[in-house]
Ligand binder design. Structure first.
Ligand SMILES: NC(=O)c1ccc[n+]([C@@H]2O[C@H](COP(=O)([O-])OP(=O)(O)OC[C@H]3O[C@@H](n4cnc5c(N)ncnc54)[C@H](OP(=O)(O)O)[C@@H]3O)[C@@H](O)[C@H]2O)c1
Length: 248
């Protein structure tokens, strides 16, 4: 079912892909609730988008994340769609004498544990809705890793795997499960990335995603044209070339 007339939660909806998606979904008449960690950009997002609701939430704060669903559902009992978008991407160097494991820990906490915890808390509610959807956000790097970001790439591969299992388990329920796998998109996910000429402009990415979300049957995997290079690398027998292109 297309993403119209829904009540949608988007984590990390105060910046980048999450904010752009929140604005596009709001413009289509959905009710949209965003969460964000940075109070200033959350306030700016809400000020720029009358009708959008928002909550401050650091998804790595396990106590705050555990308390959030009850508050969310009390305010938005018609919630039927959850987009688990919040994420971070940092570099790691395993050739260094002292490897900084803090990066690995916060990347796994943000990109993997938080979506699992939030999905677990919200799925009983979603299953009780007549029509519901859960959307995970992986990456093209789930399919061909970027060696400079080993744990980031691994969390996205894990999200891809986890999403497939959820989809299978929930196949007899009202909840459809989708995976949005962006290619390199011009946001500030990494410093300066929004000015990288190789990145897909954010507006073009969102336009393509909205076409897919507007289909009568939204695909299991929400894949824009640019990400097929990575998504299909293995099945098209060009994995080594794709790995080399990403890791020059
Ligand atoms: N841009 C790309 O090239 C690309 C490619 C593939 C996949 N993705 C994925 O797309 C998603 C969005 O990334 P983006 O490109 O839009 O990056 P972004 O502009 O940096 O946005 C990331 C969002 O996640 C939120 N976030 C990060 N850590 C958080 C935490 N601990 N608690 C709560 N919110 C947190 C940020 O909130 P604050 O600003 O408040 O910290 C921000 O809203 C991520 O999952 C990313 O891995 C992006």
């Amino acid at each position: 079912m297309s993403f119209t007339d829904r009540t949608i939660l988007i984590t990390g909806g105060n910046a980048g892909i999450g904010r752009a998606l929140a604005e596009a979904l709001l413009a289509r008449g959905n009710r949209v609730i965003v969460t964000g960690r940075n109070p200033a950009s959350l306030a700016a997002t809400l000020a720029a988008n009358p009708g959008m609701a928002g909550h401050a939430l650091d998804v790595t704060d396990r106590a705050a994340l555990a308390a959030f669903p009850a508050r969310l559902l009390a305010e938005h009992p018609d919630l039927d769609t959850v987009i688990l978008n919040a994420g971070i991407m940092e570099a790691e160097d395993y050739t260094a004498d002292a490897i900084d494991l803090d990066v690995a820990e916060r990347t796994i906490a943000t990109n993997l544990l938080a979506p699992i915890q939030l999905a677990a808390a919200l799925l009983p509610h979603l299953r009780a809705r007549p029509r519901a959807a859960l959307v995970t956000v992986s990456s093209g790097l789930a399919f061909v890793p970027k060696a400079g970001n080993p744990v980031y790439s691994a969390t996205k591969a894990a999200i891809h795997s986890w999403t497939q299992s959820l989809r299978h388990q929930l196949r007899g329920t009202s909840v459809t499960v989708h995976e949005l796998a962006p290619p390199l998109v011009a946001t500030e996910l990494t410093p300066g990335q929004s000015r990288n000429p190789a990145a897909l402009p954010l507006g073009a990415f969102i336009d393509e995603v909205m076409v897919l979300l507007s289909r009568g049957t939204v695909p299991d995997e929400i894949l824009v044209e640019r990400v097929l290079f990575q998504r299909k690398a293995e099945t098209e027998n060009r994995y080594a070339a794709a790995f080399a292109a990403i890791n020059r």
